[in-house]
Design a protein around this ligand. Sequence first.
Ligand code: SAM
Length: 276
Amino acid sequence: MKGKVYLVGAGPGDPDLLTVKALRLLREAEVVLHDDLVTPEILKLISPTAQVQNVGKRCGTKTIRQEEINFLMVTLAAAGRQVVRLKSGDPLIFGRAGEEIEALQRGNIDYEIVPGVTSALGAAAAAGIPLTHRRASSTLVLTTGNHASGNDAADWSKFAAAEATLVIYMPGSNRGEISRKLTAAGFGEETPCAIISRATTSEQRIYRTTVSDLKRAPKLPSPTLLVVGEVVRFADQNLLREAASVPALSNEFGGAFAQTLFSSAKGLRRGEEPLA
Ligand SMILES: C[S@@+](CC[C@H](N)C(=O)[O-])C[C@H]1O[C@@H](n2cnc3c(N)ncnc32)[C@H](O)[C@@H]1O
């Protein structure tokens, strides 16, 4: 049988959000090369006979270089294996799939892309935030905070001018820097924001604040996403009410939880923000 590589999206964490096709491929795969963020619940769905390898990278500590991942995919498929390259969320969003596709094309390897639910959509659904709203925003921007203090940062002022909803992947821990950058770009200080941690998993947490108060936000366990824009005001009120019934978490953060926090789990753990 001819080898093939499937670039598959694992979604944001909840295994019920896998596509039917992704599930079938995980059950049929001979080799699965997965990222760090793919949850254990999803890894359990992989065929027990498959060879499974974590090729994830975290915070600069690269256990394996991108070139090595490319080499692995190409050589395994050239040897006739059915390979699933499993990425969190959607493979084409902040997932370096572009480089992997180039390597597969150079190696003349058959490949197929299987989309997944990107974490922005999983997080928005979990928090009940309509990412577009007739009365608030008709523009949605997916961007990254990875380069928030660098010169190559996206020019966020055009997003403020368009009254866009911004979903910031990999926002990092420097919330003060992001807050300054958003303000400098023209986002009002009272613009609502939501930090969503471990969206769609049993450890999900959602913290609501504003652009000016972002710097006081607690450090939530990674991975996290930051949603910025007027649409955050429309977050599901039932979830907000649910938040009010969550046992007080203020002790853990010395009272930093003056804003609304709603959660589906107890006990916070700290972690690293993965890099694309
Ligand atoms: C390298 S990017 C991969 C994005 C992925 N391809 C996607 O479509 O969601 C990793 C970043 O995605 C975001 N992310 C992924 N899963 C998440 C989750 N369950 N909850 C919150 N953020 C998540 C975080 O910002 C994390 O730092």
